[in-house]
Design a protein around this ligand. Structure first.
Ligand SMILES: Cc1cc2nc3c(=O)[nH]c(=O)nc-3n(C[C@H](O)[C@H](O)[C@H](O)COP(=O)(O)O)c2cc1C
Length: 193
């Protein structure tokens, strides 16, 4: 029998019914149909402050928390109980959108005990990070820098850089997702399961 998977899905498109959310809806419904537990967050509805590099998070190697009181704690908790983190973002200026960048910064400090007096462990080592993204340019020119950034982020944090679904949006007057894009999303979800 297939292993039961828990996924934390981080949505970061400002357009609730935009391209990235459409694609992510297809992926999430396939994951749920396949028996996965999916914990979803919409980062545009949450308050995620920037990391201030205060290093308060480095004091205790047994807990994942931040001194800033905003909406990050449920994200830390969900990631700790998930085996896969799915980043869902449109490409804006060759990277993810601002709330996802703020989340990634908060995670890289709170999860990696690398910044205290002594170097400690990565508390999320071995988890898989996957990506759903859409962009206007050809993916190799539009999404390449974000994918490379996340590849390095994973290596640095001891995460597994997993599957990527990247689809091109050909303009606001086109249908998105078309049948081919929809099929890619279903195939992608099957690989995650
Ligand atoms: C502010 C802004 C910046 C963008 N920057 C890029 C970019 O750097 N590269 C790219 O390929 N597409 C870029 N795009 C196009 C979007 O990535 C594309 O339309 C995407 O499908 C939008 O997804 P959404 O409907 O979820 O918002 C940009 C769009 C906006 C609004």
């Amino acid at each position: 029998m297939a292993e039961h998977k828990t996924l934390a899905v981080m949505r970061a498109s400002p357009r609730k019914r935009g391209n990235t959310n459409w694609l992510t809806d297809i992926v999430v419904s396939e994951l749920r149909a396949g028996g996965c537990d999916v914990i979803e967050f919409d980062l545009f509805d949450m308050t995620i402050k920037p990391c201030t590099a205060c290093r308060w998070c480095q004091k205790d190697w047994n807990s994942v928390s931040c001194v800033q009181k905003d909406d990050m704690q449920p994200i830390f908790d969900a990631i700790m109980k998930s085996d896969t983190i799915l980043l869902s973002t449109p490409i804006y200026s060759w990277y993810c959108t601002p709330p996802m960048k703020a989340m990634l910064d908060r995670l890289v400090y709170a999860m990696n005990m690398y910044y205290g007096d002594e170097r400690g462990p990565s508390l999320w080592a071995g988890k898989r990070m996957c990506i759903v993204t859409t962009c206007g340019l050809r993916p190799e020119k539009g999404a390449d820098l974000f994918l490379e950034g996340i590849r390095r982020y994973c290596k640095y944090s001891g995460l597994v850089f997993g599957d990527v679904l990247c689809e091109r949006h050909l303009g606001y007057k086109t249908v998105f997702p078309d049948e081919e894009t929809r099929a890619h999303a279903v195939e992608f979800a099957k690989k995650l399961i």
